[in-house]
Design a protein around this ligand. Sequence first.
Ligand SMILES: NC(=O)c1ccc[n+]([C@@H]2O[C@H](COP(=O)([O-])OP(=O)(O)OC[C@H]3O[C@@H](n4cnc5c(N)ncnc54)[C@H](OP(=O)(O)O)[C@@H]3O)[C@@H](O)[C@H]2O)c1
Length: 344
Amino acid sequence: MDSLPRVSRQVTLAAHPEGQLQSAHFTLVETPLPPLGPHQVLLRNRWFRISVSTRLMASREAKEIKGIPFPALKPGDALADAAIGEVIAATPDSGLQAGDTVLHSLGWRDYAVADARQCTVLQRERLEPAAYLGHGWTAYAALTRGTHVNRGDTVFVSSGAGAIGSMAGQIARRLGAGQVIGSTGSPGKAEWMKRSLGYDAVIVRDGRPIVTQLAEAAPGGIDVFVDMVGGEQLTAAVALAREGARFVILGALIAELNAEGSTSIAPTEIDSFQLPIKGITLRGYSACEDDPGAFDEWMQRLNEWRHEGTIHLPCTTFSGLDNAPKALQEACAGRLKGVVLVEL
Ligand SMILES: NC(=O)c1ccc[n+]([C@@H]2O[C@H](COP(=O)([O-])OP(=O)(O)OC[C@H]3O[C@@H](n4cnc5c(N)ncnc54)[C@H](OP(=O)(O)O)[C@@H]3O)[C@@H](O)[C@H]2O)c1
């Protein structure tokens, strides 16, 4: 036991960001690790996820939001997110043992003391970090529970290169979509989305009206909209919706990643008369609140699709805890693809 670490290095919020994130908004601190209490385990983290929601939760106005599994942060608070770690010490009543690999929620640090009852044991030999830490399951739950895809549907995915979006486009196709359209911020990412994720067309936020681009990509209209962005993209999707179109709204990146400062308010103008005229359904959906049980079904489907070689797990990986704030900065600036992980 003497060789066990006594301190954890963790990233804390140094100051609430105003506008764009900078490295000065974070500090790497050393904190003594407490002795293990009942049911507790000491974990050495191997990977953790970077979520753009952290940007919103770091803002001065952040409040606890039901359905978002991130607490509002104040200066001095340690950041946290989903992580995969190895058990290096365990109390007898924890049910875990040294060498176990677990999924837990105390990322953004190298060592963590966690409650074993909040940890999920993973099979080490088949470990793909992006399968467990990625948002494939969120996209799968949204497309199978939040709404559904009919064979031949035209599906539009906003932020289609992001953590959820990069999986939603691929999953929609596997579920029978005829045409899959995505949106992104740059032509380079648009090319990658068509080449690597199988999008038929990609709309770029380059100043051209989104509604014009969407009408060119889907002249017959859209049946399903998986929306992570809101704003002009939601307005355009309503304008281009077909009879009986189904919208599943997962987030509002125009608010969270607003260049002038992150906010939880995303005002959007839509032609609401189209909803009754076309019988459009708009559903706000949170996978972890509404359907946490979808995770196991997703892992089974993912295994089948991985076996067939018909699905990718897009991921950008940074190395080392010191680079975690940079990873969050780059993710919020739109420079990364897929889920963003830090490997320790
Ligand atoms: N409902 C749920 O169950 C659930 C679960 C997790 C997360 N969420 C929410 O879903 C949304 C997407 O989450 P995610 O983790 O997958 O994020 P993400 O799409 O990976 O977000 C990062 C991407 O957002 C895009 N972006 C940056 N600034 C933007 C702007 N001003 N307007 C539009 N897009 C911008 C950039 O991509 P491009 O450059 O490619 O556009 C960037 O790479 C978030 O709002 C998140 O809070 C919902």
